[in-house]
Write a protein that binds this ligand. Structure first.
Ligand code: CP
Length: 334
């Protein structure tokens, strides 16, 4: 994993913090929608501290000792699941990841009965991913503990947007005023939606570059610029986020062929010439190399922040777990 020490200094943090409840007055993290810039900044500032701690030899604390975290993933994951497990353990939590494939869900138990069962075990945090938009919110209404959305359908993936924002802020020094291009399969992407909400809230200029078949139906209400040609869309970009083509969520024909998609929409060094010289390339992963991005661009350490995004994922998830359990720890006098 590359650890880029060059670039602007980390964003300055406030020296004296008010109680966290004033800065993040929410029980759950279900989406970026509904968070104000103060809450987003508080999460990013806290994560920045963990990013530094994670680069030390000793990475763990006992801050959340005695608390229990359950990870409940109904869809596959490498980055989000592993980083939530590592994040909880680095904070001293007991972390259990339920294997949905071998659970009683396979015997027909409903999502709400599963929620009631897990709730009876008294976890302090539940992290959930589900294929249906709104499933995580539904479950949060049945749980006594904090619930974190690790991705629900096409709706939101808030911790991905936060780790993307932290990566941009550390590399570029700020989010406000940056021209950020989000390109590819926006229609099926919860990552894109959470990023659009966050980047707009923090004052970035967001431009979507995609064929019209891969834009969401409500795109006109998202407060973004839209381009249908890569060369035009990349003009003046400070950051370009490429999105995975989510063929598992596509019903019907959205594309002519993968080869043509790459020709028109795949990010190559040739197309990247239209962006600013110091453009930062991002991808939430997993990547389809040779479909939405060339290997040369993905592996170009001068441009690509893809590994750093993964690194920031652990820091952001530590910040989310820390902030959402702070009330519990304050009750216990910790
Ligand atoms: N970016 C992301 O959510 O990756 P995983 O599906 O591997 O968690």
């Amino acid at each position: 994993m590359s650890t880029h020490s060059t670039g602007p200094a980390p964003y300055p943090r406030a020296e004296v913090s008010p109680p966290s409840g004033e800065l993040f007055p929410h029980k759950h993290l279900l989406g970026i929608w509904g968070l104000d810039p103060t809450a987003i900044k508080h999460l990013l500032d806290t994560a920045d501290g963990y990013a530094e701690q994670n680069r030390q030899a000793k990475k763990s604390t006992d801050k959340c000792e005695g608390l229990t975290q359950i990870n409940l993933f109904f869809e596959n994951s490498t980055r989000t699941l592993m980083s939530f497990e590592i994040a909880g353990k680095r904070l001293g939590m007991e972390v259990t990841s339920m294997s949905t494939g071998t659970s009683s869900i396979k015997k027909g138990e409903t999502l709400l009965d599963t929620a009631a069962t897990l709730n009876a075990m008294r976890p302090d945090v539940l992290v959930m991913r589900h294929a249906d938009s709104g499933a995580v919110k539904l479950l949060s209404e049945k749980m006594d503990c904090a619930v974190i959305n690790a991705g629900d359908g096409r709706s939101e993936h808030p911790t991905q947007a936060l780790l993307d924002a932290l990566t941009i802020r550390r590399r570029k020094g700020r989010i406000h005023g940056q021209t950020i291009v989000i390109s590819g399969d926006v229609a099926h992407s919860r990552v894109a939606r959470s990023n659009i909400y966050l980047l707009n809230a923090m004052g970035a200029r967001v431009r979507l570059v995609a064929p019209s078949t891969l834009l969401p139906k409500d795109v006109d209400r998202l407060g973004v610029e839209i381009c249908h040609r890569m060369e035009e869309g990349l003009e003046g970009a400070d950051v370009v986020m490429m999105l995975r083509l989510q063929q598992e969520r596509m019903q019907g024909a959205f594309l002519p062929s993968l080869r043509e998609y790459y020709q028109f929409w795949g990010l190559t060094h040739e197309k990247l010439k239209y962006a600013k010289e110091d453009v930062l390339v991002m991808h939430p992963g997993p990547m389809n190399r040779g479909v939405e991005i060339s290997s040369d661009v993905a592996d170009d350490l001068d441009r690509s922040a893809i590994e750093e995004q993964v690194e920031m994922g652990v820091a952001v998830r530590m910040a989310c777990l820390d902030i959402l359990t702070r009330g519990l720890r304050e009750e216990d006098g910790q």
